[in-house]
Ligand binder design. Structure first.
Ligand code: UT7
Length: 328
């Protein structure tokens, strides 16, 4: 038995922030942002929280599948920007939608959160203990960005997506393989200084602006170029996949140059790479479900297509998942 993605949806807030918006606030330019990252615009949620990015996605999935909220067995929310430190964003989403029979939890793996979530969600389904598991990836990055730091403020956006995992007796389809990694030695290259138990929130930590994303861009870039490319190549080799076999690479959207290095390592043509960083920037755990959902809703994936999802992010965490698409 395998776990298949039986429904998918995404949501991005309507408020579009073009690169030019930053030009009179920071020493930056549309040209710098486009050429260094590939980002043209991103979305910022004007009011609400991360759970509000997921509620519309899950509502759409329930409607599409003619399911009631209580038909969901479990919900996993990958995020680094939960509505509250606790309770879990998963519990907030569960409450908002009345998914009274679902248990669940948040998963903190930054940009790789959705892939980690797929691995766990698929295992729950394959255990036969749970039939309908929602795996979500969403971040409201605007809530943790320093508006005075040009090296991070321009990179991120808000958005999220969700998939429904269900069992299938056909072993040829669904989530077929995964390789997931972590290396905590990269932790201090992309993190938040305060607000955790190591450095609890005080008046000083707030005054020192220690509750924002801090990134050593070049170090993360170098690790990402190698990490994402190598894990994507590894999943191809393990499954005897040639570049012609793969319909789409759906990569984490942090930087066009990182995506391109991965594509080249896989020997893929550029038209087989899903790219939407230009529209949404880096939505952290949201990038892969949003990209996959857009591909599906634009009718660019068909049943039987072989997809590789790949990510690299804070932790460091990285990985790749091989999926054979199961729905029309
Ligand atoms: O999704 C989670 C994982 N994160 C990533 O994968 C991100 C990985 N890193 C990157 O994508 C890139 O390192 C960045 C896009 C963050 C930065 O690009 P870069 O080519 O590595 O630039 P840099 O950090 O080497 O900075 C080059 C210059 C610096 O100025 P000097 O020292 O050369 O005078 C920066 O201060 O660009 C400057 N700079 C900016 N200039 C204009 C940094 N941010 C900006 C900005 N506008 N927004």
């Amino acid at each position: 038995m395998k776990a298949i993605i039986s429904a998918i949806s995404h949501f991005v807030p309507p408020n579009i922030i073009p690169n030019s918006w930053f030009e009179d606030k920071l020493e930056t330019s549309d040209e710098w942002i486009r050429t260094r990252t590939g980002i043209v615009e991103r979305r910022f949620l004007e009011s609400g929280a991360t759970s509000d990015l997921l509620v519309p996605c899950i509502q759409e999935i329930l409607e599409k599948k003619s399911l009631k909220p209580e038909d969901i067995d479990a919900i996993i929310v990958a995020t680094i920007t939960p509505d509250n430190v606790f309770p879990a964003c998963a519990a907030t989403v569960q409450k908002k939608l009345g998914m009274s029979k679902a248990w669940g939890f948040d998963l903190s793996a930054a940009c790789s959160g959705f892939l980690y979530g797929l691995e766990i969600g698929a295992a729950l389904v394959q255990s036969s203990a749970y039939k309908r598991v929602l795996v979500c990836g969403a971040d409201m990055m605007s809530s943790i960005l320093n508006p005075e730091d040009r090296s991070t403020y321009v990179l991120f956006g808000d958005g999220g997506g969700a998939v429904l995992l269900e069992p299938s007796d056909d072993d040829e389809y669904g989530i077929l393989d995964s390789r997931l990694y972590m290396d905590g030695r990269g932790g201090s290259n992309l993190y938040m200084i305060a607000g955790g138990s190591a450095k609890p929130t005080t008046v000083e930590t707030a005054a020192n602006k220690e509750h924002y994303v801090v990134q050593d861009g070049q170090s993360v870039f170098k690790a990402a170029v190698i990490g994402m490319a190598e894990v994507a190549a590894e999943i191809m080799e393990r499954n005897n996949l040639k570049s012609d076999d793969i319909a789409w690479l759906v990569p984490h959207q942090a930087n066009l140059r990182i995506i391109d290095a991965t594509r080249k390592r896989m020997g893929l043509d550029p038209e087989k790479v899903m790219i939407n960083i230009d529209k949404y920037g880096n939505t952290t755990a949201g990038t892969i479900p949003i990209a996959l959902s857009e591909l599906y809703h634009h009718k660019k994936i068909k049943k039987g297509d072989r997809l590789v999802l790949a990510s690299f992010g804070a932790g460091y965490t990285w990985g790749a998942i091989y999926i054979r698409w199961a729905i029309d």
